[in-house]
Design a protein around this ligand. Structure first.
Ligand code: ADP
Length: 854
């Protein structure tokens, strides 16, 4: 049984306490072996003393093994001892069995106990179990068979000799079955143990990794927080240096200010305040997170405290036409708080209520006093908060609609700061709301001051010298109150309304009108200041209104913010560029977000240019001018282009008419050659066009056909006049020469580009519908349609005209001839249309006798 034990198995045996189990197994063996003397006493009293000797010997050996376990240090040694006790037990029982007649006794059941006990108590590997099972089986079966072979015993059951083999089979059957079941059990238990340990090891590894990551994250977070605090800190100093002088200038300490300058400085101050508030909030949060914020608590009349805050909110509420109510107990309500910090909580709740309550709404503050608590509730009739957000809104940066297009300004810090401050006061804050019906924020504070842990209190006295006031943990420097005297205004600065004034920049009119769209009125004001002297401006705070103004006023250029509630800048650009009437207006998108992706989005939306905030006014103006100039050049080019197009089309017309006159002169030259067929080409053209008109030819097709029929006999130029005008019968040679004229005609026309298409028609005008014509013997629809029409017109004119070799025939005769040859010489469809116009031709032709020859 000595085998190599892997580290995994070492762990397995240690986990399963192999050592302890082996000890238990040995102890159990001793107890059971001795205990079963009772069975010997009842079952086989005749062997009691012998069996007692065997059992005591086994117990003594087992005791020896037990003591050996104390010295067994390794799992390998323990496994050996476990195998030894199993085999010792098996041998012990096998001896007793042989006394009782081998297969003839039921003492083999003792072996069953070993088989089962082994798999339950000792975590043997499957292989080891099988070896031990085989040995146990052999301990029983081998001596029993030997005995059976050597000793001839007869067994009497119920007075009858019984067949011994029945017992052999019975006992071996049971023992073997138990062994097989045990083997399966051992296999599944062994794999289960190994699986369980693998999972545990994996879990331990994962936990260790998580622990490590957690430690790393924590240290990163600490670094981040520290960095955050430093940055905020660094931001406040330059901000102070900007805000303090601005205030001095606004107070008139540097002389009288013009209205425009005052307005500009106020905008700067307001936005400086916004930035300062944001930085303060972030700084407060950082301090709270690091546990560095201390409270300077004092007992005060809470009603009076809240009332003074309400008065500072009143002007803003009036502006928005929101009614403010205050309900409180008639007596003083004493509460111990840090007024500076608690002010932030109350003002934040009030400012949220004002922000999210529409015009005409109502805000009520309730103060209620309980036995040990004071509750402040801020209730509004605003837009409400969805039930699933009631908890999360207190998380840092969380907002109900966190999208770029949310209509209200905000950073999602206020409520998380409020919760932290309230918790520091050992109080609670929660929200209660129904969407569309309003919200309530309930702050519950404990009365007295014993609940404040010493760790959160700032025990320093204000009178202490400055040097003593500073603690190592202090980061507040410079103090907010040094910069801003009106602290309430700082807290509520987000809600201040800005009047952008009228759009127009005075009486001056400029060359270009620019539409500026930005949801922030202060940005519009800034644009007015920057661009008003050079351009006419139209200002609006929404893209939807911008679209309407674009149609109404037709500006030369649009400056549009990207992040706006409702329709954003990209959607606006897409809408403009999709509209044929407005797409030519250049759009410059203005955004606070930078990056290639944003730029790509803007250009994809159709914007002509992109500028990011903060922008330089000189650059902005330069870009506007450049786009306007491009637009101007584009319009000029469009005009020049239009003129050029018109001139080109005039030239083409002229060229066409010149070409036609040339063709007509050529035709007259052909007709002049043949005195009999004078004006033949003109007449054939006239008939051809009449038939084509009936057949629904387009104007372009008619024009081509006109040229083709005018020139159909051009090949006759190559035929000598004496043959053309020969009065008698033509010789075969002469006739062959005449028959060449379609091919010659084609070769005359083909080199002329304009005539290339009609050359084919000219070549085919003597082809017959049934394929008997010349020069190519084409049939049916292989013959160009124009040629099929011309064939009918040509035949009609030939029959009704005088020729050197015959007289002119009558119109009726000609029509009859054409009908006769329909389907052979002529296309029946063309003949049908010819017949429709034939009536109009009869008036132009005199009746005459039938010709002598065709
Ligand atoms: P914010 O600077 O965005 O106002 P807060 O932490 O103060 O940050 O508020 C978080 C969010 O909770 C707000 O953006 C808003 O969506 C929601 N909220 C807070 N107060 C109210 C209220 N009185 N009515 C409706 N929604 C509110």
């Amino acid at each position: 049984m000595a085998r190599h034990i892997t580290p995994f198995e070492e762990r397995l045996y240690t986990e399963y306490d192999l050592h302890g189990r082996v000890k238990l197994c040995i102890a159990l063996s001793i107890i059971l072996f001795l205990g079963f003397l009772i069975l010997d006493w009842v079952y086989s009293p005749q062997y009691l003393s012998t069996f007692a000797l065997v059992r005591i010997s086994v117990a003594a050996l087992a005791t020896g093994l037990y003591f050996m376990t104390k010295r067994a240090r390794s799992n390998k040694a323990s496994l050996r001892l476990a195998a030894a006790i199993v085999l010792l037990d098996a041998v012990g029982i096998a001896i007793l069995i042989q006394f009782l007649g081998g297969f003839l006794t039921s003492y083999y059941q003792g072996l069953n106990i070993i088989v089962m006990g082994m798999i339950v108590i000792i975590p043997f590997a499957f292989r080891e179990t099988i070896v031990l099972y085989a040995l146990t089986w052999a301990c029983y079966a081998v001596p029993s068979f030997v005995r059976l072979a050597l000793v001839h015993e007869t067994l009497i059951v119920n007075g009858q000799p019984a067949d011994i083999w029945r017992f052999v089979v019975n006992n071996l059957f049971f023992l073997t079955s138990i062994i097989i079941v045990g083997a399966f059990g051992s296999y599944s238990m062994d794999s289960a143990r190994r699986r369980e340990l693998s999972s545990r090891i994996q879990l331990e590894e994962t936990t260790a990794q998580l622990k490590e990551s957690n430690i790393k994250l924590k240290s990163l977070d600490e670094l981040k927080t520290q960095f955050f605090a430093n940055i905020n800190h660094e931001l406040r100093t330059p901000l102070t240096l900007m805000l303090a002088p601005t205030k001095a200038v606004l107070d008139g300490r540097m002389g009288e200010l013009s209205p425009v300058m005052r307005d500009t400085l106020e905008t700067m101050q307001r936005n400086g305040y916004k930035l300062l508030k944001l930085i303060n909030n972030l700084l407060d949060l950082t301090k709270l997170e690091e546990g560095k914020m201390r409270l300077k608590v004092r007992a005060m009349n809470f009603t009076e405290f809240t009332s003074s805050l309400l008065s500072s909110v009143k002007p803003l509420a009036d502006q928005k036409q929101i009614r403010l109510y205050f309900q409180h107990p008639p007596h003083e309500v004493d509460l111990t708080i840090d007024p500076d910090q608690f002010e932030k909580v109350t003002l934040n709740l009030l400012s949220n209520a004002l922000k999210f309550t529409p015009k005409g709404g109502k805000i009520t503050i309730y103060i209620e006093e309980g036995a040990s608590t004071v509750t402040m509730t801020v209730e509004d009739t605003g837009i409400g908060i969805p039930a699933n957000m009631l908890e999360t809104i207190f998380d840092r940066f969380s907002q109900v609609d966190g999208s770029m297009s949310r209509p209200q300004e905000g950073t999602g810090i206020g409520l998380s700061l409020a919760r932290e401050i309230v918790s520091l006061h050992q109080g609670t804050i929660r929200a209660d709301s129904a969407l569309g019906k309003g919200s309530r924020f309930i702050v519950e504070m404990l009365k007295g001051e014993n609940h404040f842990p010493a760790s959160v209190l700032d025990r320093r006295l204000d009178e202490q010298p400055v040097g003593l006031k500073r603690r190592a943990t202090d980061v507040e420097e410079p103090r907010v109150r040094d910069i801003v005297t009106d602290f309430h205004r700082l807290q509520l600065v987000d809600l201040e309304r800005v009047d952008i004034g009228s759009s127009g920049g005075g009486d001056k009119t400029h060359d270009a009108l620019i539409l500026v769209i930005d949801d922030n009125p202060e940005v519009l004001k800034l644009m007015k200041m920057l661009l008003g002297d050079e351009f006419d401006l139209e200002l609006t705070t929404s893209a939807e209104r911008g679209l309407a103004l674009l149609k109404e006023k037709g500006p030369d250029l649009v400056l549009c913010d990207v992040m706006m509630p409702g329709m954003d800048g990209h959607a606006f650009s897409r809408a403009v560029k999709a509209d044929e009437t407005m797409k030519h207006v250049p759009i410059i998108l203005v955004t606070a977000r930078t990056g290639a992706e944003m730029l790509a989005q803007g250009i994809q939306a159709g914007a002509d240019d992109y500028i990011s905030k903060p922008f330089d006014s000189v650059e902005l103006k330069a870009r506007i001018r450049a786009l306007l100039r491009i637009r101007e050049v584009e319009s000029e080019l469009a005009l020049v282009n239009q003129n050029l197009k018109m001139r080109t089309s005039d030239l083409v017309d002229q060229q066409n008419s010149l070409f036609l006159s040339t063709v007509k002169s050529l035709v007259s030259a052909i007709d002049a050659k043949d005195e009999y067929t004078r004006h033949h080409s003109t007449r054939v053209t006239e008939f051809t066009l009449k038939i084509a008109g009936k057949m629904g030819f387009s104007e372009k097709e008619i024009k081509a056909l006109e040229l083709a029929s005018l020139l159909h006999d051009v090949g006759k130029i190559a035929v000598p006049e004496n043959i053309l005008n020969k009065p008698g019968k033509l010789t075969d040679q002469e006739f062959a020469l005449i028959k060449e004229h379609p091919v010659r005609g084609e070769s005359i026309l083909r080199p002329v580009i304009e005539l290339r298409d009609i050359a084919q028609v000219v070549r085919a005008h003597h082809e017959h519908y049934d394929g008997t014509g010349y020069p190519d013997g084409l049939r049916g629809r292989e013959i160009p349609l124009g040629a099929r029409i011309m064939a009918v017109a040509d035949a009609y004119d030939s029959i009704t005209s005088e020729r050197p070799y015959r007289k002119a025939a009558s119109h009726r005769f000609a029509v009859k001839e054409i009908i006769r040859c329909s389907g052979t010489q002529f296309d029946p469809e063309v003949v049908e249309h010819f017949l429709e116009i034939a009536g109009s031709l009869s008036q132009e032709r005199d009746e005459g006798p039938a010709p002598l020859a065709s």
